[in-house]
Ligand binder design. Structure first.
Ligand code: 2PG
Ligand code: MG
Length: 431
């Protein structure tokens, strides 16, 4: 089937926070078509591709009519006539057309939606789902291990607690499906415990419970109890992963822990987190220090030791260059990979390749503002990324992704849909 881009269409749709976002649709000469929607973050790193928002009064300034116009206008003009299967060329054309370092002229939202739609269209032209198209030539295809939020905090829950994501990882599960089953039981158990304790205040931005905890540690205690109540061994079967998102409550090496009513410096925050690592079954910790605190991040990575994933998000913003710089000083050992931080799939893949070259692990991640779009699941499987972070185990913008993984697992049933062998996981080693 021929795969020349003949039309690119943008439209305004709505995300899980009720904000406008950009959907792009790409049509090819042979009749194939691909569609994708840009997500949006709440805790946004300063190095991210910038979303184009209209400003003004409508929808709090979050409207995207200008970004949609960019897709329908300049982006379409730049892309029409090019082969969708050459993703790198298509992305380079958009980057050149935008002409800014941070993609602010056309908009990171306009560009990432288009970039992902091109990939879907190219896969469609080859009669394949995107994951299989991207995995062409790979010997082994894995389902990623889910990292699932149970309690939301930070910018996702009115700063009720400082830590942004209290997550679980079903490290003992044998299959993707089983990891979801175990997570569902822990999520239910956590809800029961919180209701009984009178601490339930609904759900946060990503579907995790909105907690009324009095301290950050209380959330950790409840998480361990929830794992136990669900019938699992904390650590061995179901472990804890945290996104501290420290840039949201600290600058210049000073951090204000409002839930604990304490202000600490970089060493104080590191000590507190190291004591959590010693006392709780934590296997991964994301953005433990602020994005402007790289030396402290390097010290923390060294102090935490080999067995812990130190995940960089705001710190590296899915940038190959930033990952290389962080790896050079030993700040972190795992990259969070978010396509809309980079702005195009080519740059996202370059960040993943830089992480691999540095010996880092990687986790493909959704944003707090999401939609029914499931592209990230295809990227994780197709690019062989062994972990996936999507938010909680509730609300359809999250479940759409987990459920897409089940469909892919079914398609792979001949290959088992199995997770990589238990021993190959990073607790003690790196992915
Ligand atoms: C993060 C993400 C997802 P946001 O910080 O990792 O939890 O949040 O999309 O708000 O940046
Ligand atoms: Mg994060």
């Amino acid at each position: 089937m021929t795969a020349e881009i003949i039309a690119v269409k943008g439209r305004r749709v709505w995300d899980s926070r009720g904000r406008p976002t950009v959907e792009a649709e790409v049509h090819l000469s042979g009749g194939a078509c691909g569609r994708a929607i840009a997500p949006a973050g709440a805790s946004v790193g300063s190095g991210e591709a910038v979303d184009k928002r209209d400003g003004g009064r409508a929808f709090g300034g979050y409207d995207v009519l200008l970004a949609v116009a960019a897709v329908n206008g300049e982006i379409a003009e730049a892309l029409i006539g090019h082969d969708a299967r050459d993703q790198a060329v298509a992305d380079a054309l958009m980057i050149a057309c935008d002409g800014t370092v941070d993609k602010s002229r056309l908009g990171g939202n306009a560009m990432v939606a288009t970039s992902m739609a091109i990939a879907h269209a190219a896969a469609c032209a080859e009669n394949m789902p995107l994951w299989r198209y991207l995995a062409k030539g790979c010997d082994e295809i894995f389902l990623p291990l889910p990292e699932v939020q149970i309690f939301g905090g930070g910018a996702h829950a009115g700063r009720r607690v400082d830590v942004q994501d209290f997550m679980v990882v079903a490290v003992g599960a044998r299959t993707y499906e089983q990891s979801l089953e175990w997570t569902a039981e822990v999520y239910r158990a956590a809800g029961t415990l919180m209701s009984e304790a009178g601490l339930m205040q609904g759900v946060a931005d990503e579907g995790g419970f909105w907690p009324a905890f009095g301290s950050n540690e209380q959330a950790l205690d409840f998480l361990v109890r929830a794992i136990e109540l669900a019938g699992f061994a904390p650590g061995d079967e179901v472990a804890i992963s945290l996104d501290i998102a420290a840039s949201d409550f600290g600058r210049g090496g000073r951090y204000r822990l409002a839930a604990d009513d304490r202000e600490v410096d970089s060493d104080g925050l590191s000590e507190m987190l190291l004591s959590w690592l010693a006392r709780y079954p934590i296997i991964a910790i994301e953005d433990p220090l602020g994005e402007d605190d790289p030396e402290a991040m390097a010290r923390f990575t060294a102090a935490a030791g080999e067995g812990i994933q130190i995940v960089c998000d705001d710190f590296i913003c899915t940038s190959a260059g930033k990952i290389e710089a962080a790896a050079a000083i030993g700040a972190g050992n795992t990259a969070l990979i978010k396509p809309n931080q980079a702005g195009t799939l080519t740059e996202t893949k370059a960040a993943l390749d830089a992480a691999r070259l540095a010996g880092w692990g990687s986790i493909v991640s959704a944003r707090s503002g999401e939609t029914e779009d499931v592209t990230i699941v295809h990227l994780a499987v197709g690019w062989g990324v062994k972990q996936l972070k999507v938010g909680s185990f509730a609300r359809s913008e999250r479940m759409a992704k987990w459920n897409e993984g089940l469909r892919i697992a079914e398609a792979l049933t001949q290959g088992g849909g199995a997770l990589p062998a238990r021993q190959s996981f990073p607790w003690g080693q790196r992915l």
